[in-house]
Design a protein around this ligand. Structure first.
Ligand SMILES: C[S@@+](CC[C@H](N)C(=O)[O-])C[C@H]1O[C@@H](n2cnc3c(N)ncnc32)[C@H](O)[C@@H]1O
Length: 262
């Protein structure tokens, strides 16, 4: 099956939407196709697996064959920030020992939920840089962080403070100086999904699923000042593969954070 992607607009297009869709085509290095008929038909006619639609409501990526739809959304970040504000804590923040003023490198930024929570904690004196390898995820996250308007102006402000680069984390880490960030974080796709997290299903399907390698962990350990944190399912084979012995429980007992200090 082809992995080709195309870009189009909603059925009712305007000059502005068409221009925006053409820009998205350039950004992703894929063809813009005039909208005609269903997305399924459009993909078939262009031998494409997926189609990015630019509408006046949002920009979404669809794979009509599987019914997949993926778009940027702050997801659980709002609830998690509320938990922090009322003193309930957040297992990721605890595992990172993240504080105001810290710099965080989020190597697997995905939809940036974790990065948004981190931006809340590090505040305006700190910084959050996210990396994402899959172009359609990276570009939707970059666009979403720059344009999404939440009902909370404070949350919208957090989104605008996160910087995201479309990059492979190993390539990026290799060219970082020693101790460049307080914390380096990985949230790789779990080897088996937690059946509860249906919200994660589209991201999981699109994501790069390579596990963290010993080489990536070694680079991350060199690049962090305080610690490297890796999120996984409790029964992950990764702790053994990477020789990680220090772990803390996540919010649900089925999630663990592995911690490595330089
Ligand atoms: C489980 S998701 C992360 C979700 C994220 N923590 C959030 O809050 O939305 C893992 C992400 O890491 C990305 N990824 C996997 N390998 C990568 C690599 N080598 N470099 C950069 N990103 C990578 C995947 O494409 C996917 O989007």
């Amino acid at each position: 099956m082809t992995h080709q992607i195309i870009v189009t607009t909603s059925r009712r297009s305007t000059v502005e939407l068409r221009e925006q869709a053409e820009q998205w085509g350039k950004r992703l290095g894929v063809a813009f196709v005039e909208r005609s008929g269903s997305l399924e038909r459009l993909c078939q006619d262009n031998t494409a697996q997926g189609v990015l639609t630019v509408t006046d409501r949002r920009v979404s990526y669809h794979e009509p064959d599987s019914g997949l739809e993926y778009f940027f959304h702050p997801s659980m970040a709002k609830v998690r920030i509320h938990n922090l504000q009322v003193g309930r804590g957040d297992p990721m923040v605890t595992a990172m020992a993240l504080q105001a003023g810290d710099s965080l490198l989020d190597c697997t930024v995905g939809r940036a939920s974790d990065a948004i929570v981190a931006a809340h904690v590090v505040g305006t004196e700190g910084s959050v840089l996210g990396l994402e390898k899959v172009p359609v995820i990276a570009q939707l996250t970059i666009h979403g962080l720059a344009t999404y308007q939440d009902s909370s102006a404070r949350l919208t402000g957090l989104l605008r403070r996160i910087r995201v680069l479309q990059a492979d984390y190993l390539d990026y880490l290799r060219q970082c100086p020693d101790a460049a960030f307080d914390v380096v974080y990985f949230d790789p796709v779990f080897h088996e999904p937690l059946e509860k997290s249906q919200a994660m299903a589209p991201l999981r399907k699109l994501a790069d699923k390579q596990p963290v390698t010993p080489e990536a962990l070694e680079e991350a350990t060199r690049v962090c000042r305080r610690r490297v944190v890796i999120k996984q399912r409790y029964d992950t084979p990764l702790w053994a593969q990477l020789g990680i012995t220090r772990t803390t429980k996540g919010g649900s007992s089925r999630i663990e954070y592995g911690i490595v200090e330089p």
